[in-house]
Design a protein around this ligand. Structure first.
Ligand code: FES
Ligand SMILES: [Fe+2]
Length: 362
């Protein structure tokens, strides 16, 4: 029996930061599809299957010739649509010679790819991360490769009480784990809202706010299926009106987390911290980036250990607590997308490889 997919294919996934894709060949596995990414001479990003039509050698081992990729083994060339433009030692190009080309959109500093049915790839459905392009918000991020199912990263983010225990020296404190929360959901979205009122700020937030005294802290988690999480987080001096909607005395961050499935048990975890205070201070951007790296490393350590434990205990189910309400919704929404795909087009999850000999006869 084919194992159940862990992700839908008909979705936009971040394949790379914009600056990672250039005039060289970048190989990434997105949802079990090995892709080669590069930019054409006009700057447009391209994603092709990273396996030559001829003998499956990764095209990423080849070179760029103009807008074409030239295979590093026998020199076949493919254009940005995946069509063969040159065959070694023969003038007639077999019309069936091609590699798969994936829809690409570049938006909000990321290069997004669509590994599923290209006919369904609507650029309007790329998640809205407009803060990434907004001069009122400053910050930067990175990507870390995590040896775990991307859903374990989502679970981690949909319940931030883990900050109390995993990040006790920076953003966690006791008050957080005890604060009440509210979980909600829509058709493809889920959110968790938590306020911690009139409590001491954890070290990171106290230093960022730069004002003494207790704070009101908010954590509003927005999930968009299948793999985007936006955290609306911040602190304000206690009683200054933040819970009522006036955050002017406080500081806010949008923290973007996108764990893109690489395989069923690995992911590329893209993240970015954006702030709305001291936006012209590049030193602060660097400091926040470094602090965030340390915090993420703590998450990565726990999540990879969790994946290894799961592998040692196949078939063991998770138990759920109240705090898991957000992650349960996220997983349910992902499951609905997978179910829909399996019902409509089972074939989308099994892409056949056409033997070259057969294709030549066609
Ligand atoms: S394997 Fe690419 S041209 Fe032969
Ligand atoms: Fe964390």
């Amino acid at each position: 029996m084919t194992p159940r997919p862990t992700f839908p294919l008909n979705a936009w996934y971040v394949a790379a930061w914009d600056a990672e894709v250039g005039r060289s060949l970048l190989s990434r596995s997105i949802c079990n599809e090995q892709m080669v990414l590069y930019r054409k001479q006009d700057g447009r990003a391209v994603a092709l299957a990273d396996a030559c039509w001829h003998r499956l050698v990764p095209l990423s081992l080849g070179t760029l010739v103009g807008d074409d990729v030239r295979c590093g083994y026998h020199g076949m060339r493919f254009n940005a649509d995946g069509r063969c433009t040159h065959m070694p030692s023969q003038e007639t190009i077999n019309p069936s010679a091609c590699v798969k080309s994936f829809p690409v959109v570049e938006r909000h500093r990321f290069v997004w790819v669509w590994p599923g049915d290209p006919a369904l790839a609507d650029p309007a459905t790329v998640p809205d991360l407009h803060w990434m392009d907004d001069a009122d918000w400053a910050g930067d991020g990175s990507m870390v490769e995590v040896k775990a199912d991307y859903r374990l990263v989502l679970d981690n983010l949909m319940d931030l009480t883990h900050e109390t225990f995993v990040h006790s020296s920076s953003i966690g404190n006791e008050a957080l784990a005890e604060a009440p929360f509210e979980a909600m959901h829509g058709e493809t979205t889920a959110s968790v809202r938590r306020w911690v009122l009139n409590e001491e700020a954890p070290a990171f937030w106290g230093a960022q706010l730069g004002k003494p005294g207790p704070v009101d802290r908010w954590q509003i988690i927005h999930f968009k299926a299948p793999a985007t999480i936006l955290l609306d987080v911040g602190v304000a001096p206690a009683g200054s009106g933040a819970p009522q909607g006036d955050r002017s005395q406080g500081i806010s961050m949008w923290v973007i987390h996108i764990p893109t499935p690489a395989t069923d048990k690995t992911c590329y975890y893209f993240w970015c911290h954006l702030r709305n205070y001291r936006v012209r201070e590049q030193r602060l951007t660097r400091e926040v980036l470094q602090a965030a790296r340390g915090i993420l490393l703590e998450d990565e350590t726990i999540i990879e250990a969790q994946q290894r434990a799961m592998d040692r205990n196949p078939g063991r189910d998770f138990y759920n607590l109240n705090i898991d309400a957000g992650s349960l919704w996220a997983r349910r929404l992902i499951d609905e997308l997978i179910d829909k795909e399996l019902a409509e087009k089972p074939a989308v999850h099994s892409i056949p490889i056409i033997p070259a000999a057969k294709a030549l006869r066609a």
